[in-house]
Design a protein around this ligand. Structure first.
Ligand code: PAF
Length: 294
């Protein structure tokens, strides 16, 4: 595996791969790699002949009071994991390489509608930071395929819309959320949880699953379900940010046109913000018994 910290050197290396007709599959990350990231890498290996992973903790997507400085940075362990997965290129740029004129001077890519609610409402500017850095990384790597996790469901929706709106010739691939045996979605931020918080954390996924089951059984008072979920999370020591039953395509309210529901949740346990989601195939005119919960 070769590691590059400059755009010029990575591009030079990738020219050879492209000339040889190799498809380039790209996995952008912020490092502190866990099994969830490695599943993205494995999917990238299935889809392309050359796999590029980036590790860049992007300051542009962190708010002033967020955990940029404390975000876990574990480069040498990450490198070992990527090498073991057969990754060809690691791109690990500095902040100055990515933002030579500073983040304040950076042109911004902003995706309307789908960026606005949920995490977009509680983390203003976050998705502008994500779509801007992902655009830059796409321009640098010029991948044929880019792989993202479905845990960040809204992020994936933002990137899909951005790629479509800006005619980016890149196949955007989503990979199912990797979980611990107790259901907790794997996340670099789980490492911030105390032992007690770690014991409570799987309740977020359990609450999402219970809500999905209630919908699959025909319960259609969504605001009541959302309210009940927020209440049980609060009672268990969470500070819920949102718990929303949405159309998986628009991330807005469920309508008669909804084909798939996503239930999105974000909640803080102490200082750690956890997010998760579950989906449900949905056809209100179908026999409820036929609904497939995933
Ligand atoms: O999901 C992440 O780790 C980040 O938001 C991403 C896509 C690498 C952009 O910084």
């Amino acid at each position: 595996m070769k590691t590059f910290s400059t755009t010029a050197r990575l591009r030079e290396a990738l020219t050879t791969d492209r000339k040889a007709g190799r498809r380039v599959a790209f996995v952008p990350t912020m490092g502190n790699l866990h099994e969830g990231h490695l599943q993205l890498v494995r999917r990238a290996r299935e889809l392309g002949e050359t796999v590029v992973v980036s590790i860049f903790v992007n300051p542009l997507q962190f708010g002033a009071n967020e955990d940029l400085d404390n975000y876990p940075r574990t480069l040498s362990a990450d490198k070992e994991k990527l090498f073991a997965e057969g990754v060809q290129y690691l791109f690990h740029p500095t902040v100055a390489e990515m933002y030579p004129n500073g983040t304040g001077e950076q042109s911004i890519v902003s995706v309307p509608e789908v960026s606005v609610r949920h995490c977009g409402a509680s983390r203003p500017g976050h998705f502008d930071g994500v779509s801007t850095v992902v655009t830059k990384l796409f321009q640098i790597v010029q991948p044929d395929i880019a792989v993202f996790g479905k845990k960040d469901f809204q992020q994936l929706a933002v990137i899909r819309k951005m790629a479509a709106d800006l005619c980016m010739p890149i196949q955007i691939e989503g990979v199912n959320t990797a979980r611990s045996t107790d259901g907790l979605a794997l996340s670099s931020r789980n490492g911030f949880l105390s032992e007690n918080q770690r014991r409570s954390a799987p309740l977020l996924h359990k609450t999402l699953q219970e809500c999905r089951e209630a919908i699959a059984c025909g319960f259609d008072s969504y605001s009541e379900l959302e309210h009940h979920a927020r209440l049980s999370l609060t009672e268990a020591g969470f500070e819920p940010d949102y718990f929303s039953i949405c159309d998986a395509r628009t991330l807005d309210g469920v309508t008669l046109d909804t084909e798939e529901i996503v239930i999105l949740a974000a909640a803080k346990l102490g200082d750690t913000r956890l997010i998760d989601n579950v989906t449900l195939n949905f056809n209100p005119s179908a026999d409820w018994g036929m609904l497939a919960a995933r």
